[in-house]
Design a protein around this ligand. Structure first.
Ligand SMILES: Nc1ncnc2c1ncn2[C@@H]1O[C@H](COP(=O)(O)OP(=O)(O)OP(=O)(O)O)[C@@H](O)[C@H]1O
Ligand SMILES: [Mg+2]
Length: 510
């Protein structure tokens, strides 16, 4: 098939052939082929653990392949290190951002920089250039001298992109770039991707959201179990059913369960949040959740959603207001008090908050419930393993080995471990912050079902998600949040996606 991108007969910009990558006990890549042309958005699709991130890490020079060949503009290339890849013109925006939090925006943008068209390292010049790049990316307000660690995930991603531009990258790899973005930020990202490809830059784009692939993608390569199972498919012309079949090797039900009926009977009130406020974050938030009810919070990233969940959990101290569980007030700002009352939080940032990366899956999953498993001061490993294994099986965690060290799992499988931890714990109140981030379509359906089952067993659930259809599809009741204030509250069945988007977007509130 020929496209308008690149002249037929020219070698592709990048060609990877028969790439193999072994880890102890795992064949992460087992002969992958990938071909990318200048000026195209080439999408990589595949289930959690299929090998997408591993493939792009070999492309980024972060992993060395055990076999296979890489051709860059038709010439054999060795990508010995990330700096070497960057100098060749390959820049990567990782799934877990790799910026240095304690350095400034400008320092991060020009990290490892040498002999580019900017050719310098003077701080004032670097700051000015970084400012120019951020302006080009539509965000002139990000200060070049700020520590990167203080920026939001969206801000950090822009810095990562500015770094790619600063190095004149000809190929930019984006590993799940929209996972941390709100819808207006996604629009901005796609605008940038379009501008880049029009100027001949190629983009390798990884996402579990098929609608994004339709929107920005040109061609698609599908990976399964470390192998290429289909390549160079038309991103718009290939049906969803075909793509999902290729990824899964089986038919997967990807539709949402029908919105829950409004006639579900709930139990007594379990969680009550009254007038909760934190200056600069959110103000006067009040709502209650009954046993068996799922309350969704919709709003843009930065609207204060995560802060509200963390305050309920006691990880942040409110300036005003109260949280009660079963009519009993929790001690403000005390996680211990919340956990004792049966509150669990599956937080949004799995790496920094939720997981001990160098411990096993089993250890991480049972972390929250150690008291339930310890008798006379030692942990009953048998029960611990048994409970986590059955939950992990339900979520299709791969590999299904609870002794695996978390760090060696794929991104989506780490996310499943975060959620599994609270499913095993047996909470009365479960706070879920972006529970399906990075989780593939098949596992998503399993996760939705588990959440519904928990509710059916009487757990009170609060759900935050940037994906409005997910909030509407999973919840019984929805709170719409903007700039830290509750704008509206109502049954999910009576709200449409357009209503919610209208409300959360600036300036268009009813
Ligand atoms: N450092 C490592 N050590 C051992 N195994 C690893 C390591 N990194 C990845 N793996 C394994 O390689 C396989 C592929 O993982 P990879 O992260 O590439 O998947 P992915 O397609 O990016 O998945 P996701 O959609 O969940 O991000 C998985 O089985 C994973 O557990
Ligand atoms: Mg990945």
């Amino acid at each position: 098939m020929s496209t308008s991108h690149g002249v037929d007969g020219d070698p592709p910009l990048l060609s990877m052939r028969g790439i193999v990558k072994l880890f102890p006990g795992v064949r992460a890549l087992d002969g992958v082929d990938l071909e990318v042309r200048a000026g195209e958005v080439h999408c990589l699709l595949g289930q959690n653990g299929a090998g997408k991130s591993t493939l792009i890490k070999t492309l980024a020079g972060a992993h060395q392949p055990d076999a296979g060949r890489i051709l860059w503009r038709g010439e054999p290339a060795t990508l010995a290190s990330p700096i070497a890849a960057l100098r060749l013109g390959i820049a990567t925006m990782y799934q877990e951002l790799d910026l240095i939090g304690s350095l400034s925006v400008a320092e991060n943008v020009f990290l490892g920089h040498e002999r580019s068209r900017y050719g310098f390292t003077r701080p004032a010049v670097a700051r000015a250039q970084a400012r120019g790049l951020l302006a080009r990316l539509g965000h002139p307000e990000i200060p070049a001298e700020t520590e990167v660690g203080r920026l939001s995930a969206a801000g950090q991603q822009l810095v990562s992109m500015a770094r790619a531009l600063a190095h004149d990258a000809q190929l930019i790899v984006m590993d799940e770039p929209t996972a941390a973005l709100a819808s207006d930020e996604v629009d901005n990202l796609f605008r940038i991707v379009e501008e880049l490809t029009e100027s001949g830059v190629a983009v390798v784009y990884i996402s579990h959201r098929l609608e994004e692939i339709r929107r920005v993608g040109h061609r698609v390569t599908v990976l399964k179990d470390g192998r290429t199972v289909a390549s160079n498919l038309d991103a718009r012309g290939t049906s969803t059913a075909d793509l999902v079949d290729l990824m899964a090797g089986r038919r997967v039900e990807i539709a949402f369960e029908a919105a829950r009926s409004a006639t579900v009977e709930f139990g007594p009130e379990v969680l009550r949040v009254g007038g909760l406020s934190r200056i600069g974050e959110f103000a006067d938030v009040s709502f209650s959740v009954h046993a068996g009810e799922i309350v969704g919070i919709a709003g843009l990233v930065g609207a204060g959603r995560s802060e509200i969940l963390e305050t309920i959990f006691g990880a942040r101290k409110p300036h005003a207001g109260t949280v009660s569980v079963n009519g009993k007030k929790l001690r403000a700002g005390s996680v211990a008090s919340a956990v004792r009352a049966g509150v669990g939080l599956a937080p949004e940032e799995r790496k920094s908050q939720a997981l001990l990366l160098d411990m096993s899956v089993a250890h991480n999953v049972t972390l929250a419930s150690l008291h339930a498993y310890s008798s006379a001061g030692f942990t009953r490993r048998g029960k611990e393993l048994h409970d986590s294994v059955s939950t992990l099986e339900r979520l299709d965690l791969r590999p299904a080995d609870p002794r695996r060290i978390i760090r060696t799992l794929s991104g989506g499988n780490q996310q499943k471990a975060v959620v599994a931890k609270w499913l095993v714990h047996g909470c009365r109140v479960l706070l879920l912050d972006e529970p399906t981030r990075g989780v593939d379509v098949g596992a998503r359906a399993d996760l939705y079902q588990l959440i519904h089952e928990l509710a059916a067993n009487g757990v009170a659930i609060v759900l935050v998600s940037s994906e409005v259809p997910e909030v509407l599809g999973l919840s019984d009741r929805v709170l719409v949040l903007r700039d830290g204030e509750v704008l509206a509250e109502g049954p999910a069945a009576e709200l449409s996606e357009a209503d919610v988007l209208d409300m959360v977007m600036e300036g268009s509130a009813a």
